[in-house]
Design a protein around this ligand. Sequence first.
Ligand code: FMN
Ligand code: 7N5
Length: 346
Amino acid sequence: MPAIRDFEAAARDRLDPAHYDYFAGGAGDEVTVKANEAAFARLALLPRVLRGAGSPRLGVTLLGSRAAMPVLVAPTAFHRLADPEGEKATARAAAAAETIMIVSMAATVAVEDVAAAAPGATLWFQLYVQPDMAFTEAVVRRAEKAGCAALVVTVDSPARGRRDQDVRNGFEDLPEGMRCENLHDGDPESVRPIDMSPAISWEHVDLLRRMTRLPIVLKGVTHPADARLALDHGVSALYVSNHGGRQLDTVPATVDLLPEIVAAVGGAVPVLMDGGIRRGTDVVKAMALGASAVAVGRPVIWGLAAGGECGVARVLELLRDEVEHALTLCGLASPHDLEPGLVRRC
Ligand SMILES: Cc1cc2nc3c(=O)[nH]c(=O)nc-3n(C[C@H](O)[C@H](O)[C@H](O)COP(=O)(O)O)c2cc1C
Ligand SMILES: CCCCC(=O)C(=O)O
C-alpha cells in the first residue's frame, strides 16, 4: 500500500463500523477535523534548486529524547480495538522506526507492559490530570517507573468532546475484557473511569512541575496567550493540537495556528504539533512554519487496524520516506534547514 489513504481504506474494511467511526470521527459537525487536512492542501511548497544538499538526515532530539525522524506517534486511546496486541504492537513499530511513542493514559495495555513489550522504545506518557491529585501522582509515578522520558499533559479536555456519531452508534464503553489499564494507582483491580474535569487550572501544571522531574509538554494549546502563560509556568515544550478535531469543534486548523504560537514562544521551548498530517509534504510544511516535530494520530491507528505491528511500521516508514523525499526535492539537507519562505498560501 503506497499511501496513508490506502491504510485508512483497509482499516475501514476491517474494523467494526462503530469502532472505525470512533477512531475517524470528531466533535460537532467535524469542521475542525476537515479543516486540519484542508489547511495543508491550501499551503504550497516553493522549493529551492541546485543547492547541492545531498541526502537529507532526518534525526531530531526533543527534550533529550532522540528520534530518527521528526514524526512522533501521538497519544491515542484504545489500541486493542484495532488489534489484539494493541499498544504493544504500536510500541514495537515505533521502536523499529526509532521514533517516540506517546502512550495514552487511556491505553488498553498498561504502560509497564507497553515498555516491556518494546525494549529500546522511547516512550513519553500522556496524562489527563485527574482532580484527585494523589491518584494523578500515582499514575505519574507508574509512568516514571516504566521509563517514560516526558509527561505530555493534555489540556484541551476539561470535558469530553461531543461526538454525535458515537452517540448514534451507541459507542459508550470498551467491550468486555478491555479496560484503560493506566487508570489505577498500582492495584490493577481498581481501574477507575477517566475524569475530565473543568476545574483543571494552571495550578495543576505547577503541582505537576513540583511533582516530577520529567519534562512537561503541554498538549492542546491553540491560543498564543496560553503559549506565553505556559512559558511562565515552566513547561518544557508546547504541543499545538486541537485533538484532531475531537474536542471543541470549529477551532482553526493547527497548521494555521502555528506561526502565531511559534512567534509567541520565540524559540524558548520546542513547539510540537499534530492534526491532519497525512503526507511527508505536510510534515515539511509544519516544520517550515516553525514546528520542531509533528505527531500523527489516526494514521497510526489505520496501520494498526490494517496490519498490526507491521502495519504501523509500514505507516511510519512511509512517512519517513516521504519526508526524506520532500526534503530532497526542496533542496534541503535536514529538517532544521526548513524556513517559512518555503511555504506559500494559495
Ligand atoms: C481515536 C483517537 C483517540 C485519541 N486519544 C487521545 C488520548 O487518549 N489523549 C490525547 O491527548 N489525545 C488523544 N487523541 C488526539 C491525538 O493525540 C491527536 O491530537 C490527534 O489524533 C491528531 O490528529 P490526527 O489524527 O489528524 O493525526 C486521540 C485521537 C484519536 C483519533
Ligand atoms: C476517555 C478516553 C479519551 C480518548 C480521547 O482523547 C479521544 O477519544 O479523543
